[in-house]
Design a protein around this ligand. Structure first.
Ligand code: DGL
Length: 266
């Protein structure tokens, strides 16, 4: 049981930022990662389609005996998490990237905070609804920032293009007075420093990697599932392979990785 892998999935390579954080605090764990590169971006898809894709991927990760499954994508967490958790509750523990952040925000008791994410994540209203339940006194301003994912994937991270796009989105007057900004997309940690700089380091910029990996560790400890066998091995699958995906995967994971194509749909 203990040496079974942690299953992780995302629409593509963004979830590797979370996988990287997990590897840092749980180096003894095996990971099996699935990036649905054939169907990305999820941020523009409907809730129904994301639920369908996420269900198939969950079955794939279960076929590799995952002891826990993490949805490392905000768009999929916002659209499919509650349904999948209920459907698979007898088979596997499922966690998402939204609830740990919402729990963290409840401890911090901010008066006003901003959220940026994909169109799907923002239009779902999932963050707002969950924050309202746990932090009723917090004023939440959400903004879809769809250009950020292709911008990051094309490598525009610390230059004139990225600065102009970040500035255009974040100068939105409704963000005035925010104490914190939630990066509700697993791609965004790559531009976290530029965003902090935009706010003159006066706004706390929160991404899910730290809270999610800490929660995952906690769950494994509580359920006596930590891998102490010294047999860690990671596998990275994608539904469509190109050398370019492999190149940017390395950028998100902060280390070279080999991607293997696994076609779940034909
Ligand atoms: N990484 C995905 C997320 O966290 C965004 C990328 C996409 O739209 O597929 O929402």
């Amino acid at each position: 049981m203990k040496n079974r892998p942690i299953g992780i999935f995302d629409s593509g390579v963004g979830g590797l930022t979370v996988a990287h954080a997990i590897k840092q605090i749980l180096p003894g764990e095996s990971m099996i990662y699935f990036g649905d590169t054939a169907h990305l971006p999820y941020g523009d898809k409907s809730e129904e389609l994301i639920k369908f894709y996420s269900g198939k991927i969950t079955e794939f990760l279960l076929s590799y005996n995952s002891k826990i499954i993490l949805i490392a994508c905000n768009s999929a967490s916002a659209s499919a998490y509650e349904t999948l958790r209920e459907e698979y509750k007898e088979k596997v523990i499922m966690i998402d990237v939204i609830d740990p952040v919402v729990d963290y925000l409840a401890k911090r008791k901010f008066k006003k905070l901003g959220i940026i994410g994909t169109k799907r994540t923002i239009s779902s209203g999932t963050y707002e609804q969950k924050i309202k339940e746990k932090s009723p006194g917090t004023d939440v301003i959400s903004l879809a920032t769809p250009l950020l994912v292709p911008m990051i994937e094309e490598g525009f991270i610390y230059d004139d293009i990225s600065n102009a796009i970040i500035r255009t989105y974040l100068s939105n007057p409704s963000f005035s007075g925010i104490e914190a900004l939630v990066l509700a997309c697993t791609h965004y940690p790559l531009i976290k420093n530029q965003i902090r700089k935009f706010f003159d380091f006066k706004v706390e910029v929160i991404d899910s990697s730290a809270t999610v990996s800490a929660m995952l560790k906690n769950i494994l400890e509580k359920n006596n599932l930590l891998n102490d066998t010294g047999t860690a091995k990671d596998l990275f699958f994608v539904s469509d392979y190109t050398p370019y995906f492999e190149k940017i995967a390395g950028m998100f994971f902060e280390g070279n990785i080999n991607l293997t194509r696994a076609d779940l749909w034909s």
